[in-house]
Design a protein. Structure first.
Length: 126
C-alpha cells in the first residue's frame, strides 16, 4: 500500500502534532505564566512572615514560641531543595511541626507565587 500525502492529510498531520505539543507543554507546568512575586509577597506577609520572618531567616515574631524552629530559607539545607520538594511541603505541611498544610487555604497558583517570593528573598541576603 502506498500512502499518498495530499495537502489535506499533511495539514491534519501538522495540526495533530501541534495539538499534542500544546498538550505536552500544558501538563509540564501547572500554570501557563511565570509566578507572580508581587502576589507571592502579599501571601508571604499575610501567612508566613510571623514564623519565617520578613527576610526568610526563620526569625519571625512567633518563631521563639515553637520547639521546632521555622525553616531559615537561606540555609543550604533549604535552598538546595527543588521547587517540587518545597511546594510539596507548603501543600502538605510537616508532621509534628507548626508548619501545617496550606492546601485549602492557598490555591496552587498562590503556593507557586509564594515560593517564587521565598526564592527572591534568598537571593537578596541581609
Ligand atoms: C506557625 C509557624 C509557621 C508558619 C505560619 C509557616 N511556617 Fe513554614 N515552616 C515552619 C516550621 C517550624 C518549619 C520547619 C519544620 C521542620 O524543620 O521540621 C517550616 C518549614 C517550611 C518549609 C520547608 C523548608 C525546607 O527546607 O524544607 C517551607 C517551604 C515553608 N515552611 C514554607 C512556608 C510558607 C510558604 C508559609 C506561608 C504560606 C509558611 N511556611 C508558614 C513554620 C511555619
Amino acid at each position: 500500500m502506498q500512502i499518498v500525502m495530499t495537502a489535506g492529510t499533511r495539514y491534519s498531520f501538522v495540526v495533530s502534532v501541534l495539538v499534542s505539543l500544546a498538550a505536552a507543554c500544558g501538563s509540564a507546568t501547572a500554570q501557563d505564566f511565570p509566578p507572580d512575586v508581587t502576589r507571592g509577597k502579599a501571601v508571604y506577609e499575610r501567612h508566613c512572615l510571623t514564623c519565617h520572618g520578613r527576610g526568610g531567616w526563620g526569625d519571625g515574631p512567633d518563631a521563639a514560641a515553637f520547639t521546632v524552629p521555622p525553616a531559615n530559607f537561606h540555609r543550604f539545607k533549604s535552598f538546595l531543595k527543588s521547587d517540587e520538594e518545597l511546594l510539596r511541603t507548603i501543600e502538605h505541611g510537616i508532621v509534628f511541626s507548626p508548619m501545617h498544610s496550606w492546601q485549602g487555604q492557598l490555591t496552587e497558583t498562590e503556593r507557586q507565587d509564594v515560593l517564587a517570593y521565598i526564592r527572591l528573598l534568598v537571593q537578596q541576603g541581609r
